[in-house]
Design a protein around this ligand. Structure first.
Ligand SMILES: Nc1ncnc2c1ncn2[C@@H]1O[C@H](COP(=O)(O)OP(=O)(O)OP(=O)(O)O)[C@@H](O)[C@H]1O
Ligand SMILES: [Mg+2]
Length: 349
């Protein structure tokens, strides 16, 4: 079925992922909804264990052993309920994923060129010679010098940055519409990290690729994302266009993340604030706001009722702030209404 002209490239609704463990069910992702448009980057940010990787694996249909419910549509096509075989086809052709560790995707016994060629052959039904040509072209496109020679080398002969480029080459060989990158630059030094981010941005522009960039680093988000999803305990804490998120964070957790970013005016010996405490247990979630035990603004009622995600308009929403219908406005900063601080309405009076 053709997508309606306004349909987003990726539309995820009410995504829930539950693992059955000996200690009980673990709801790793709960009631999550987000969209990604062609040519745009959604940054997903959150602490370790917040459900970023589980979300991306569920979108890709790679959630081994988990119960997944909700809807995932790619260019208007519902992926929930597809057979493993159908999903494998979609994965190769329409969406691709890259990981922090390229060696988890690259096989040590085959040359880099062989692996890209094979991937292309399987999904495009191309012949051997076409596969080889494609591999060399792709390695060139991702900035690997002497691509024809490097195609004949094994992954261990590549540096970390070059391996990451090779993985991007493989992911993009079949011209997917969507690229999910799970911490692709975390293991790299800052210079190489910048090069890889630039590479992804360039290819995105050239191809109109939709990108999901998963990271725990708000600096990366600021650099590449158009929209941001802040996850906490498997849920959306806040969603916003990137500039709004940085200028006017609504959730105390987002503010905590922003406060722990180094600034140009931070003295070298000045300790950065960090969010004390640890992420919530997903095994036996407490009834109220998952962030309440760590929230500097938490009041009794924060522990009683879970705040729903409230939309302020312009794509900005948070599971913390109460906003009157038609409210919003610029002075919303960290007004968690469950914490009894200013609501946007009060703040803008
Ligand atoms: N196979 C599994 N069985 C049980 N629980 C799991 C399984 N896989 C993931 N989880 C749980 O799901 C939660 C989310 O994990 P996830 O890997 O998505 O976090 P993350 O945000 O990607 O963290 P990181 O930044 O460390 O990569 C964690 O609490 C994790 O323990
Ligand atoms: Mg992860």
């Amino acid at each position: 079925m053709a997508a309606a002209p306004t349909a987003p490239l990726l539309d995820v609704r009410d995504l829930r992922v539950t693992f059955t463990t000996p200690r009980g069910p673990v709801r790793a992702v709960d009631s999550l909804a987000f969209t990604v448009e062609a040519g745009r980057t959604l940054g997903i940010v959150g602490e370790s264990g917040s459900g970023k990787s589980v979300t991306s694996l569920a979108v890709m249909g790679l959630h081994r052993g988990a119960e997944v419910t909700g809807s995932v549509t790619l260019a208007g096509r519902e992926l929930a309920g597809l057979s493993e075989r159908e999903l494998a086809g979609v994965r190769g052709r329409r969406m691709a994923m890259i990981f922090q560790d390229p060696l988890s995707s690259l096989h040590p016994y085959y040359t880099v060129g062989e692996q890209i060629a094979e991937h292309y052959r399987v999904h495009f039904g191309a012949g051997r010679a076409a596969g080889r040509r494609r591999a060399v072209d792709m390695l060139g496109e991702v900035g690997i010098p002497e691509p024809a020679r490097r195609a004949g080398e094994y992954p261990h002969q590549f540096s970390g940055g070059m391996r990451q480029r090779a993985m991007i080459a493989m992911a993009l060989a079949c011209e997917p519409d969507l690229l999910i990158a799970d911490e692709p630059t975390t293991a790299l030094d800052v210079t190489v990290q910048a090069q890889i981010l630039e590479l992804i941005a360039r290819i995105q522009q050239e191809r109109g690729l939709g990108v999901v960039m998963i990271t725990h680093d708000l600096g990366v988000v600021a650099r590449v994302a158009h929209e941001v999803l802040v996850m906490y305990g498997g849920r959306a804490a806040e969603q916003a266009p990137v500039d709004d998120l940085f200028a006017d964070p609504a959730h105390p957790y987002t503010r905590g993340l922003l406060d722990s970013l180094p600034r140009l005016d931070t003295a070298d010996d000045e300790p950065l604030p960090f969010i004390p405490g640890s992420p919530p247990s997903l095994l036996a979630p407490a009834p109220g706001c998952a962030f309440a035990p760590r929230c500097p603004r938490a009041a009794a009622r924060c522990r009683e009722r879970r705040p729903e995600l409230t939309a302020y308009g312009n794509g900005h929403g948070a599971a913390a702030t109460g906003v009157a219908p038609g409210g919003g406005g610029p002075a919303r900063s960290v007004a968690c209404h469950f914490a009894g601080t200013r609501t946007a309405e009060e703040a803008t009076r």
